[in-house]
Design a protein around this ligand. Structure first.
Ligand code: SF4
Length: 349
């Protein structure tokens, strides 16, 4: 397998590359400390023989993304627009709270899934990212913290930026393994969340590969007709198939699954929609994260009123279904859910 970014290689692959080229195996560990503990983004200063340094330089990039625009929201959320070496846009969002700093990473440039409420979907698909390009987004946030002298560190990584993670499962798996690796980022499994729009076979594959992550599924709507009108993926894997995959995941992993639900006026925030959601969630070890739809030009897709949201939540909670409403973050810089589309917003101009 050929990678352009050195961070995409697993420990084993790096060792094989070194041994194939006549170098000592222990150098692999040394290089990985340079990449993932010290988070260096140049080969200069790497304490290996000059010949090995040259070999790495001619075979692998150590830095893949160049920063184009950085915008900061009034609520502290920061969004970066990067370009890949072949000039495709990638966005990363850092969402701070008092105790956490979560990074929402992109796994593809653009997205092919075409969800109607999502700006990324409307920009089309460019290409999938390498594991190294995904990891570099997290490294860049670490670097931002140290440059800004913020005494913070990345506590959580959410694979929910541009792209459908399970359509790029190999790279996502590699990134999760590296983030979880004690000798690299050393992040607990519970701090890594992979979110899918509903690629049912990919959910099973996460388990087969033993990918260290928590699973979130963008349920969005709890009946086939509404879901299909909002997410074309539902035509390929409808709710019956998706729920089968979720049930299998719940059974095999013994964990909880998070369901992301979008509250849309007259569609998913009605009494009937609440009853559908209760019916779906009640028998399962799932908790629901509800998000009020972010601003959309489509008149069919509007946010419900506060009263409608409250009534919906009351109906669902009355049946003891665990539902949290997620505060939208970074709306003013188009960094909130479904808003990533490499469009510079006013704050950046
Ligand atoms: S919501 Fe996610 S899966 Fe759907 S188009 Fe947007 S980025 Fe792609």
């Amino acid at each position: 397998m050929y990678f352009k970014d050195i961070k995409s290689l697993s420990h084993e692959e790096l060792r094989r590359f070194l041994s194939d080229n006549g170098h000592k195996l222990y150098r692999a560990e040394q290089i990985r400390v340079w990449l993932f503990k010290l988070m260096m983004q140049a080969y200069e200063g790497l304490n290996v023989p000059a010949e090995l340094c040259e070999l790495l330089k001619t075979n692998f990039r150590i830095k893949s993304l160049r920063e184009e625009i950085k915008t900061e929201s009034s609520d502290g959320t920061v969004k970066w627009l990067y370009k890949t070496a072949d000039d495709f846009p990638v966005e990363t969002v850092m969402i701070p709270t008092e105790t956490r700093a979560s990074v929402c990473v992109s796994t593809q440039s653009g997205c092919a899934m075409d969800c109607v409420f999502c700006r990324t979907g409307s920009m089309g698909f460019n290409r999938s990212l390498e594991a190294g390009e995904i990891l570099e987004q997290i490294i860049n946030v670490h670097k931002y913290f140290s440059k800004e002298k913020q005494e913070r560190t990345v506590t959580n990584v959410i694979f929910m930026g541009m792209g459908e993670p399970l359509m790029n499962l190999e790279a996502v798996h590699r990134a999760c393994v590296c983030l979880h690796d004690q000798k690299a980022f050393a992040m607990g499994k519970g701090r890594l969340t992979v979110s899918t729009s509903g690629i049912a076979p990919g959910i099973a594959e996460l388990l087969d590969r033993n990918t260290p992550c928590h699973l979130a599924v963008s349920l969005v709507a709890a009946d086939n007709e509404t879901r299909e009108s909002l997410m074309p993926v539902n035509k390929r894997w409808n709710l019956t198939e998706l729920l089968k995959a979720i049930d299998n995941y719940l059974e095999r992993s013994g964990e909880w699954v998070t369901l992301e639900y979008i509250l849309i006026k007259n569609k998913t925030c009605t009494k009937t929609a609440a009853e559908n959601l209760i019916r779906l969630v009640k028998p399962r070890r799932c908790k629901v994260n509800a998000i009020v739809l972010n601003g959309n030009e489509n008149p069919e897709l509007q946010a419900p009123s506060e009263q409608e949201v409250n009534e919906f939540l009351e109906t669902v909670r009355a049946k003891s279904v665990q539902i949290n409403i997620r505060n939208p973050r970074g709306r003013d810089i188009l960094a909130a859910c479904g808003q990533l589309a490499s469009i510079p917003c006013k704050a950046a101009i």
